[in-house]
Design a protein. Sequence first.
Length: 183
Amino acid sequence: MHIGQPLLRFLRAGIFAAVCVTVSAGLHRLAGGESISWLGYTAAALFIGAGAYVLAGRQRGITTILSACLTSQVLLHILFTLGADPAGAGTHTHHQPMAMVLLHAAAAGVSAVWLARGDAALAAFFDYLLLWLAPALIAFMAAAIPLVTSLVVRAKAECPRRSQLTGLALVAPRRGPPACVLI
């Protein structure tokens, strides 16, 4: 099973979105940001998951994952600020912009390390699984090919012969318009 297959891409993108959004939401709230509504959290997870699905076609290195995490943290900060819970809209909270930037950068770094190691571990797991299953798969195919071949030969033997289809050979082909139209 290749790591870029659609099901694994979907799972990897979902894990990326869950890790990035959860870590970012927690640290965003810790830095003094507004509480995040469930709609904002869901929109952020779907948005980040869609971007991650595009990048999950193959295994990526730490630099690509880190740049994706940094980009996602900027987008998540914007989404969390715009999608703040309306209940907190009347309060006057003063943000420490430097703390917010540092915590989002820390969230990006932590997420990138977790995701790069997890992605490498998943790829290694499927490589080992393939190496472990390859001999069994080869033995299964070696046993299945003669069986399939005998089934095909038997199916050909049961097909009607040309001599059995003589009734169809006597049908006169009549193509074109009827003769009465031509006169």
